[in-house]
Design a protein around this ligand. Structure first.
Ligand SMILES: Nc1ncnc2c1ncn2[C@@H]1O[C@H](COP(=O)(O)OP(=O)(O)OP(=O)(O)O)[C@@H](O)[C@H]1O
Ligand SMILES: [Mg+2]
Length: 239
């Protein structure tokens, strides 16, 4: 049984369709990369899972074979879904510790903060800093740590490497690599950075103009012909 299954999902913003019949699965503890150019539909796909109100969804999205149809976002998050949005959304006036504690839910162990800090070491030395005192990479680390505070079953990550320097991308990669074994989470990782996805994901879905154009293992994609040139931006295959 997949923890997350999308079957023939279409999504639109008002009259404008953005996803056309997308099907995808995510298993417990698995990392699946969602690669695609700007405007391909990666964010829309993640927003469809959490029923973000701007998106109208048709088709079926199920967690553990239970259809989510009609459930509001807060109810869906109780099924163990956590979201790392592309704009990070760290509360600037609050300390990092407060940002994390706000996301600590009743179902999560009491010592979840210590566990999260051990897995995302970047945030450990930032706990007393305010959100506005963080660099982009530090905000990203906090955003990932915050998602883990509810002890989720899977995490939707939206382009965590966007705009970040290679050194911090490397540190984030090390942290994200630990999450499946340390927290048992599945990860759906939307990215344009092919090398980052190749290092973390077992499977990849390439999204192009609102459709899943290709799915396969990461190694198939690495060895695969012209897929990267065809569906990803120039330079995406460079580390
Ligand atoms: N709020 C919105 N209202 C209307 N159309 C939207 C909205 N958000 C996205 N779209 C459109 O939906 C399509 C998919 O966009 P989406 O943001 O999902 O792409 P993406 O793959 O996440 O791109 P990027 O890599 O730039 O983040 C695009 O054509 C985009 O213009
Ligand atoms: Mg996006």
């Amino acid at each position: 049984m997949s923890i997350l299954r999308l079957s023939d999902v279409t999504a639109s913003y008002g009259l404008a369709k953005a996803l056309f019949g997308v099907s995808l699965t995510l298993e417990q503890g698995e990392t699946v990369g969602l690669l695609g150019r700007n405007g391909a539909g990666k964010t829309t796909l993640l927003k469809s899972v959490i029923a973000e109100p701007s998106v109208t969804v048709a088709g079926e999205i199920a967690i553990d074979d239970r259809a989510l149809r009609g459930l509001p976002t807060y109810r869906i998050s109780r099924h163990g879904v956590a979201w790392v949005p592309d704009d990070r959304r760290v509360f600037t006036a609050l300390s990092v510790r407060e940002n994390l504690e706000l996301a600590h839910t009743k179902n999560a162990p009491a010592d979840q903060l210590a566990k999260v800090v051990a897995s995302v070491p970047l945030v450990g030395r930032l706990l007393s800093r305010r959100g506005y005192e963080l660099s982009g990479g530090e905000q990203q680390a906090v955003s990932i740590a915050r998602a883990l505070m509810s002890a989720p079953r899977f995490v939707l990550m939206d382009e965590p490497t966007e705009g970040l320097a290679p050194l911090i991308v490397e540190q984030l990669q090390e942290s994200i690599a630990r999450l499946p074994s340390e927290f048992g989470v599945g990860i759906l990782l939307a990215e344009q950075n092919f090398a980052f996805v190749a290092a973390l994901a077992q499977r990849v879905a390439i999204v192009s103009t609102g459709r899943v154009a290709w799915t396969g293992s990461t190694s198939e994609l690495e060895n695969g012909s012209d897929l990267i040139d065809r569906y990803l931006s120039a330079g995406a295959s460079q580390p």
